[in-house]
Design a protein around this ligand. Structure first.
Ligand code: F6R
Length: 366
């Protein structure tokens, strides 16, 4: 049932070219320039005219929400807030009629997320669900939605559900932008092609598996890890750190790279591996400076970079080279080696990576 893999987690990591493909299939056709999202149609007017979108989720799904914030604000020019469901539900949040809530949940059963959307619904918000499990409680409680179609996720740590969420959220952002006319035809078509190419790029990134395993050998005894990224890759840094914590029980923190100098830089010394997601995008020059800052303090830099980068390899201790992608789609590719790194460190330490201690697949209690 593990399809020849040692663990469900590895199987699910390797399924991603297919799961992302399945998620896009029937929805996106770059050659035709067409994008169809059945679930949106009925609420297209509300989405287009939304004054505000509030994204509610927990854990990894919350990280997908952060990426969606960048996507929707860039493409649709609608203000977005991303909320932890547990905080949102208890603080008597301001919800105006017409506000759009996007609830993201793999299981569709997360108690905090479910209660949060129910109270928002009672106050007149439109609930749009992005769930993986068909017919789940959150899917049923939503007015409309789009499934991620990633198939059952058995590994407790979310991997393929995350990339499928990113794919669906990109489609939602693009659809709203198309309806609103807030995107140029050229960028719209370009992004459709970029998304269509993602499964192949993810397959290429998976070929890094052996290299990442050796890197895991080298760093597995570190006590702490720092993960840094900027822009679209900032949530990827958070996700990489969460994966490592869950699977290998190593303390890890994710930060926006520029926040370094406001505190975390005090942690940097020669024992600290710093994973920096530094793919080529509009933040590239800035992140190169952040790498210099860490090297100046003797931190060990593991950089995820884009093919053809000739600058960072001369600075970093280790590089992981991933295929080039538009910055909006880049998280789908750059997260792959971070999933693999957490997996291999967990396995090398002898832990049960499919069922990490203290964690449950669906958190149905608050
Ligand atoms: C992390 C992980 C959790 C879930 C969180 C939300 O690997 O699996 O952080 O992402 O419990 O779960 P869903 O998406 O089912 O609402």
């Amino acid at each position: 049932e593990k399809g020849g893999y040692d663990h469900f987690m590895l199987k699910e990591i390797f399924e991603q070219p297919h799961t992302i493909f399945d998620c896009l299939r029937g929805r996106l056709d770059a050659a035709e320039g067409s994008l169809t999202l059945g679930g949106i149609r009925e609420y297209a007017e509300q989405l287009k005219n939304a004054q505000r979108i509030i994204i509610i989720a927990c854990g990894t799904s919350w990280h997908a929400g952060l990426v969606a914030e960048y996507m929707i604000e860039e493409l649709c020019r609608i203000p977005v807030e991303v909320e932890y469901a547990s905080e949102f539900r208890y603080r008597n949040p301001v919800i105006n009629p017409g506000d759009i809530i996007i609830a993201i949940s793999q299981s569709g059963e997360t108690a905090d997320t479910l209660v949060a959307i129910e109270s928002a619904k009672a106050q007149g918000a439109v609930i749009f669900g992005v769930c993986n499990v068909v017919g789940s409680s959150i899917a049923r409680a939503s007015h409309a939605g789009a499934y991620t179609h990633a198939g059952p996720e058995i590994g407790v740590a979310s991997t393929k559900a995350f990339t499928a969420q990113l794919a669906v959220l990109a489609l939602i952002a693009l659809k709203i932008a198309e309806e609103k006319g807030s995107i140029t035809q050229k960028r719209f078509l370009h992004l459709l092609t970029e998304l269509e190419d993602i499964p192949e790029k993810v397959a290429l990134a998976l070929q890094l598996n052996d290299q990442v395993r050796s890197m895991a050998e080298k760093y597995k005894d570190a006590r702490d890890f720092l993960y840094l990224g900027r822009g679209y890759n900032f949530p990827v840094a958070l996700e990489g750190a969460l994966k490592l914590k869950e699977i290998s029980y190593i303390h890890a923190e994710g930060y926006p790279a520029a926040e370094m100098k406001h505190g975390p830089i005090a942690l940097v010394d020669e024992t600290l591996p710093v994973v920096i997601v530094a793919t080529r995008d509009s933040y590239y020059e800035k992140i190169v400076s952040n790498i210099q800052e860490i090297k100046a303090r003797s931190g060990k830099v593991i950089a995820v970079i884009t093919e053809g980068d000739e600058t960072i390899p001369g600075m970093a201790d280790d590089v992981i080279v991933v295929p080039e992608a538009d910055e909006l789609a880049a998280p789908l590719v750059s997260v792959i080696p971070l999933q693999l790194l957490a997996y291999h460190i967990g396995v090398l330490k002898g832990y049960d990576v499919d069922k990490p201690r203290n964690l449950a697949k669906s958190v149905t209690v608050e």
